[in-house]
Design a protein around this ligand. Sequence first.
Ligand SMILES: *Cc1c(COP(=O)(O)O)cnc(C)c1O
Length: 381
Amino acid sequence: MKTRKLLMIPGPTPVARSIQDQMGRETVAFGDPAFVKDFKELIEDLKVMFKCSGEVFVLAGSGTMGMEAAIANVTKKGDDVLVVSNGFFGDRFIDICSRKGLNVDVLSAEWGDTVPVEKIREKLKEKKYAAMTVTHVDTSTGVCAPVAEIGEMMKEFPETIYIVDGVCATAGEPEYVDDMNIDILFTGSQKAFGVAPGLTMIWANQKALERRKSLGTIPESYVDFEKWIPIMHDPSKYYATPAVNLVWALKESVRIMKEEGLENRYERHKKYAKAMQSALEALGFKLLAKEGCRAVTLSNLVYPEGTDDAKFRGLLAEEGIMVAGGLGPYAGKMFRLGHMGNIDKHDLVSVIATVERAAYRAGMNVELGKGVAIVQKSLVE
Ligand SMILES: *Cc1c(COP(=O)(O)O)cnc(C)c1O
């Protein structure tokens, strides 16, 4: 018999049975009154839960489309944009902005670290930036940026739109759009929301919406906020077909979150991250993210000297978990383990035990049960 394979990459994350069931429902017309009601409630919930007094958009597309939409709606060709990058996904904005004909300045951190807030402030003083992007959790490094602190600082720069990429953070790391002074936040369905890939959720506050208006007609159509505002206010209207079953799946994921309580969900992520990270360190892996800026949604683990990446991840797959490899300068040197969304204590214990078996079989010097004991202790403390 084959061992079940747990999906522990940093997105897609495990999809709960009740969420899968929503995707298996018979598809209805987007104008179906019951569906329209469900979609409306979902939009309202997303606004309230993430404290956004502006608009929420739920669109078919992946997280990268959220990046493109954020830029498209608040900048025009020739504008200056500041990209604050803590890794691979931060850098992705450089390409998106350059293609649009924006002048891009980049502040990069060394992989494993974040750009200090003071450095961002100094840079913002240099010229009038139309927008600034910050990746909340960069999945390539496992680093978490201080988005609330940056938001506070952004009050000094009212002409710059503050864009936060929450793709690997939203619903795992605390994010409150109004309170954190975020102008645009976006995420994808397949990360901490625990839904299959296919939806982008975008929160846009008043400042961003006003900027969009001031731009007149923009070159993009599908990601244009102005096209979608009437639909998000009344989903029985049509602009482009919504992903009906994914919308239902997202609604179920939101129901699960409300049942758990968002604050409890954030606490759970923190607790699980601490348990996993201390256990993995004890097994001989090194966390790439520095202490003080570690994400709670995933861990990026640098191998001990001499570990064969392909072999190790192959053994992990055989033993029953899928993890992701390192990106960029850490390709072959690290693996990435997601621990976000709708996972529970069973998953954590299984995952750490599986890592131990794979490490043992790979010839690493591990004591079987050592990581499991640490996770167990963390879970009962
Ligand atoms: C996964 C991810 C993306 C890209 O999302 P896709 O759904 O793969 O397009 C962007 N930013 C961050 C931080 C991510 O983790």
